[in-house]
Design a protein around this ligand. Structure first.
Ligand SMILES: [Fe+2]
Length: 452
């Protein structure tokens, strides 16, 4: 009788443990992973219909690339009055950090979103962070709340209590999926915790993370290696949009980016590519002069936040035109793009699809819209992501993506700023002209009235 009771209690405890585990952690990845989805920039307070398209894709793994919640508080644009957030006379910052309780409740909203909750049941969910879930817009190593926010972010991702990730400074991590011959290694970087100030050309990763990354790239081989970075690695649009506006990217830390490319090249690791978020549009870029094979960067941004969502639809053509005329040396321009510029400014997510049965193994990179339709895509093969003696098969293509944006001729690089300045100048001239004509007419009229 006693044995039966003990067995019953044991079964009950096991059942309870199973229920608790399956309720908290995301689904495990299958033995062979061939479908990965990823995304960034999801405002927990906005509707998130894009989860339906991600669920339809049935990914084995889903990767968060940052701004998984918008944790900081954004004050409204205010030019005059007490709390001025813009202009040279601004007296308060535009963004301020949330309290611990505010951050926690924002994570609770994100985690209980119906679509995301369903995704956690069918896919293994992993991720890193960017500035808004780190706690403050554009923040780096100086941010005071980083340790407490690291705990909250790891709770959101169901990181086990004894995970080394909870004891280290920063949320970087690596995962390997699949059996030998079909291994996918995912390396997730932390571009916030150790990052020096913008314009310093200092470090992004910090000493400990660089040592870890070198070990990861030189250890156990994998057929495919995905490096997830919250900010773009290959594209450096800021070199062409400044001084009008700047975006964060590895390109703004040139020494650090050179070091990253050299580390990959020195590791002799084939099949490496990047995925990124942050910029609120989707695009696919590539750099051909770092490793002896094209280094792709698939940017998917954002799940809810997108450039075209913040302006009225009748002005979308302006955004698309500006994206089209902004010079870029890295963006992949092909016939698979929905927009002429090959950027996509509506909500989107990214997809990596591997056909392990094909010979050579084929890879498809896609940016997909809210209905699941591909808006940008590139198909390549694993054999094309292997360093070849003598360089590229297609010399013309190889040369196309080899010059950095920062090295473009001055006039071409500043095309956007020049066009904008010309537009403002014409506007001022027209206004002065109209004013001159109005005053002249008034003076003429006054003289005529006097004579009469
Ligand atoms: Fe964002």
């Amino acid at each position: 009788m006693m044995t039966m009771v003990i067995t019953f209690i044991k079964t009950l405890v096991l059942l309870l443990l199973f229920t608790l585990t399956s309720a908290s952690a995301s689904a495990p990845a299958p033995e062979v992973v061939s479908r990965i989805a990823f995304g960034s920039c999801a405002n927990q307070s906005s509707p998130q219909p894009i989860w339906d398209a991600i669920l339809d894709y049935k990914p084995h793994v889903f990767i968060w690339l940052g701004d998984n919640i918008y944790g900081d508080i954004r004050r409204p644009f205010k030019l005059f009055g007490n709390d001025r957030t813009i202009g040279p006379w601004k007296n308060v910052p535009r963004f301020v950090p949330s309290s611990y309780d505010q951050m926690k409740s924002k994570y609770d909203i994100a985690k209980t979103n119906h679509g995301y909750a369903r995704l956690r049941h069918i896919a293994k969910v992993i991720g890193t962070w960017d500035d808004h879930d780190y706690g403050l817009n554009d923040a780096g190593k100086e941010f005071k709340h980083k340790d407490i926010n690291q705990k909250l972010m790891l709770d959101f991702l169901d990181e086990p209590p004894n995970s080394p990730r909870r004891k280290q400074a920063g949320v970087y991590a690596s995962y390997t999926f699949g059996p030998e011959g079909r291994r996918i290694k995912v390396i997730l970087l932390d571009t916030r915790y150790h990052r020096d100030p913008l314009r310093s050309d200092g470090t992004i990763l910090g000493t400990a993370q660089w040592t870890w990354l070198k070990r990861e790239l030189n250890s156990q081989p994998s057929e495919i290696t995905v490096i997830g970075s919250s900010i773009q690695v290959i594209s450096n649009l800021s070199a062409c949009t400044g001084p009008l506006f700047y975006m964060e990217s590895w390109g703004r830390f040139p020494s650090e980016r050179k070091r990253l490319f050299k580390l990959i090249s020195d590791s002799k690791r084939d099949g490496v590519f990047f995925i990124s978020g942050d910029v609120h549009f989707g695009e696919i870029t590539r750099f051909d002069c770092a490793t002896g094979y094209p280094l792709y960067d698939i940017t998917a941004s954002g799940l809810t936040q997108a450039v075209e969502k913040v302006i009225p639809s009748f002005l979308h053509f302006v955004v698309r035109f500006l994206a089209w005329i902004t010079p870029t040396t890295m963006r992949v321009i092909n016939n698979n793009c929905k927009r002429k510029s090959c950027t996509y400014g509506q909500p989107n997510f990214g997809v990596i699809e591997v056909n392990w049965d094909e010979n050579p193994v084929s890879l498809k990179f896609e940016v997909r819209g809210v209905s699941g339709e591909a808006v940008n895509s590139v198909t390549t093969s694993l054999s094309d992501l292997q360093a070849k003696k003598g360089g590229f098969n297609n010399v013309k293509e190889g040369k196309q993506h080899c010059s950095l944006e920062a090295d473009l001729p001055w006039l071409l690089r500043h095309r956007l700023a020049i066009l904008f300045s010309l537009f403002v100048a014409v506007l001022i001239v027209v206004q002065v002209g109209v004013l001159y004509v109005a005053i002249s007419l008034m003076v003429k009229c006054l003289r005529k009235c006097k004579l009469d």
